[in-house]
Design a protein around this ligand. Structure first.
Ligand code: SAM
Length: 234
């Protein structure tokens, strides 16, 4: 049995139900619609960058494959994977509003027949079948035990996911106070977490995953990608 939810998931659901559309627009919209959008678009350039870099890492392997994206939001990354040649996409998110938006985007992109979208929770110890598992901006929202369950479910799979590194930069401090501290103080039961690189690597090891690489690129600022795609040809 997976451990009981460590925090009020209804709260987390509500939080993302309210936020996902605006969050995704300010992260991925090419043309921000107002000053707030423009500011958020600036701050979230790294979010866009991590999706682009992860897609380039996966692109050579995508033809005919299935990608499972956990915490898929509006499905932006999976829509890109399908355009890049993936045969099938499975999106999972705790927020029904995110899943609804992902579904309607799939209809608009003409990829509804090659994709499925489910409300679900990372950290319940299960993952649907697929060739690749991805998760961007996800582990920030997972409490320790959920994070561990997610990593255990990654065992034996090929994956790439993101985490945030405390690099002492200004942007990272803004992120730390805006996300982690603000929610700790005023989050009404919703919390975000900082899992440092050494914790991520130690937990992956405890999940019997020790052959991984960490990607740090300037465009991602304090964002990092951890993956085991280099083991694909073995
Ligand atoms: C920062 S957004 C990232 C969305 C998407 N991965 C992207 O990069 O565009 C985090 C997403 O994780 C989802 N999420 C948070 N906690 C989750 C959980 N325990 N299980 C599944 N999804 C979760 C949220 O609903 C939200 O859509």
């Amino acid at each position: 049995m997976p451990p009981p939810p460590p925090q009020d998931r209804q709260e987390m659901r509500r939080y993302w139900d309210e936020k996902i559309s605006w969050w995704a627009d300010s992260s991925y919209e090419e043309h921000p619609r107002g000053p707030v959008d423009r500011l958020m678009a600036h701050l979230r350039r790294s979010v866009h960058a991590r999706a682009v870099i992860a897609l380039e890492m996966l692109r050579p392997h995508l033809a005919g494959k299935t990608v499972v994206d956990v915490g898929c939001g509006n499905g932006h990354f999976l829509h890109c994977c399908l355009e890049a040649g993936a045969a099938h996409a499975v999106g999972i998110d705790i927020s029904p509003a995110a899943i609804e938006e992902a579904r309607s985007l799939a209809k608009r992109h003409g990829t509804a027949d090659r994709s499925e979208w489910h409300v679900g929770r990372a950290g319940d110890g299960t993952l649907p079948p697929g060739d690749f598992v991805t998760g961007f901006g996800l582990v920030d929202w997972l409490e320790k035990d959920e994070c561990m369950q997610f990593f255990k479910a990654l065992h034996g799979r090929h994956f790439v996911f993101s985490f945030s590194e405390m690099d002492g930069s200004f942007d990272e401090w803004v992120h730390y106070f805006y996300l982690i501290k603000r929610l700790e103080w005023f989050g009404n039961g919703v919390r975000a977490y900082h899992h440092p690189r050494r914790t991520i690597l130690r937990r992956l090891q405890r999940a019997s995953i020790d052959d991984v690489q960490v990607v740090a690129r300037r465009e991602m600022r304090f964002g990092r990608l951890v993956h085991n795609l280099h083991t694909l040809s073995r």
